[in-house]
Design a protein around this ligand. Structure first.
Ligand code: NDP
Length: 329
């Protein structure tokens, strides 16, 4: 038996390149569940892996793809049986372990989640790591006291994967969402998704910096980091909270302690990769209630394995809108 995969390799000069190859099943890594992959996603981190930026991969040749959904082909673990639909995100799959850019994957059963009822494998990958991270962020903000009555919520990187799904789910929950985007040409799509207002990133950053600025956000979900996170922290209402989940705009954080000590602002870190099973299952169940893949339809684009190297450059350049779905066969 053999399967198609996008194999990423690094040459002697350190150049990382990928090509579609037919691999024997014996090449699959260790694991106790084999999955026939229906769909994978393209995330910012996949862009880093495929372009070789960020040094996330230690061992080449490698198969990237940090999330996928498919059907169990065979299982040596009693929790999973052949024919069962499953979804996988995180656990450093696609970085330290071969991932979803293939027709087949072999993984550890502990990393899988049974596909929730009401979600197809395609729907699950529209959500993917991006949607799970958006859901985890909302759950943490609500646990910190956020309610729709508290005021406006700022979502940064709003035209990207996490930002657009966060916007849609917050809108569905009745929040007033301001979508901050560097691409105002997508304003209409963001309003249709559930944003109440769209703000240009350039204008947001151009406003003069002060140690503490006018308070205007009950909470924020931030995919960007860097200057954007530093500035928005100074604009959070008394007692508000910010979920910091990404670094699309840089890993730096220039701010000061005044938002924390004068307004009691909370900065919440979000990691989707190592979340325990129970938290994942609870998040996926809530996603099924809140996320309507049909509303998101215009933001979904399908590509094949051979399209991934170019798409990876696009996502790193901030040129991908919504979610790119990868059909490996
Ligand atoms: P996307 O590329 O889909 O979205 C990122 C968005 O950030 C872009 O669409 C763009 O939004 C904005 N952006 C891009 N470049 C810049 C820049 N230089 N300065 C400011 N804004 C920028 O990525 P994802 O949604 O998949 O991921 C977003 C971030 O979250 C990434 O850093 C990713 O690594 C991280 N992440 C973290 C997870 C976790 O577990 N903590 C899980 C998933 C993702 P716009 O065009 O609207 O301005």
């Amino acid at each position: 038996m053999s399967f198609r995969a996008l194999v990423t390799d690094k040459d002697a000069a350190g150049v990382v390149q990928s090509s579609v190859q037919q691999l024997d099943d014996a090449r699959l890594p260790e694991g106790n569940v084999t999955v026939d992959i229906d769909w994978a996603g393209l995330n910012y981190k996949d862009g880093l892996v495929l372009t070789g930026a960020g040094g996330l991969v230690r061992n080449y040749p490698h198969v990237a793809g940090i999330d996928f959904a498919g059907i169990v082909r065979d299982s040596a673990d009693p929790r999973y049986v052949a024919g069962q639909p499953v979804v996988l995100t995180g656990w450093r799959v696609g970085e330290a372990h071969w991932g979803g850019y293939a027709e087949r994957a072999r993984v550890n059963a502990d990393w899988l989640v049974p596909l929730p009822d009401g979600l197809s494998t395609r729907d699950a990958m529209i959500v993917g790591t991006a949607g799970l991270t958006a859901m985890l962020s909302i759950n943490r903000l609500e646990a910190a006291g956020l309610t729709p009555a508290a005021g406006d919520v700022l979502v940064t990187g709003a035209a990207g994967g996490v930002g657009s799904i966060a916007t849609a789910m917050l809108g569905r929950l009745g929040y007033d969402v301001t979508a901050l985007s560097g691409r105002p040409q997508h304003a209409e799509a963001l309003l249709a998704l559930g944003a109440s207002a769209v703000m240009s990133r350039d204008e947001f950053l151009a406003a003069p910096d002060k140690p503490l600025e006018s308070a205007r956000w009950a909470a924020a979900i931030d995919s960007v980091g860097g200057k954007v996170l530093g500035k928005l922290l100074k604009q959070v209402n008394y007692g508000g909270a910010v979920a910091a989940l990404g670094n699309a705009g840089g890993i730096g954080l220039e701010t000061n302690v005044l938002p924390f000590i004068l307004r009691g602002v909370t900065l919440i870190g979000i990691d989707s990769v190592m979340q325990p099973y129970a938290t994942r299952v609870a998040a996926w169940s809530r996603i099924v209630e809140l996320f309507d893949p049909a509303v998101y339809g215009s933001l979904v684009h399908e590509i094949g394995l051979e399209d991934l190297p170019a798409a990876a450059k696009d996502i790193i350049a901030g040129n991908v809108r919504g979610r790119l779905l990868v059909k490996p066969r």
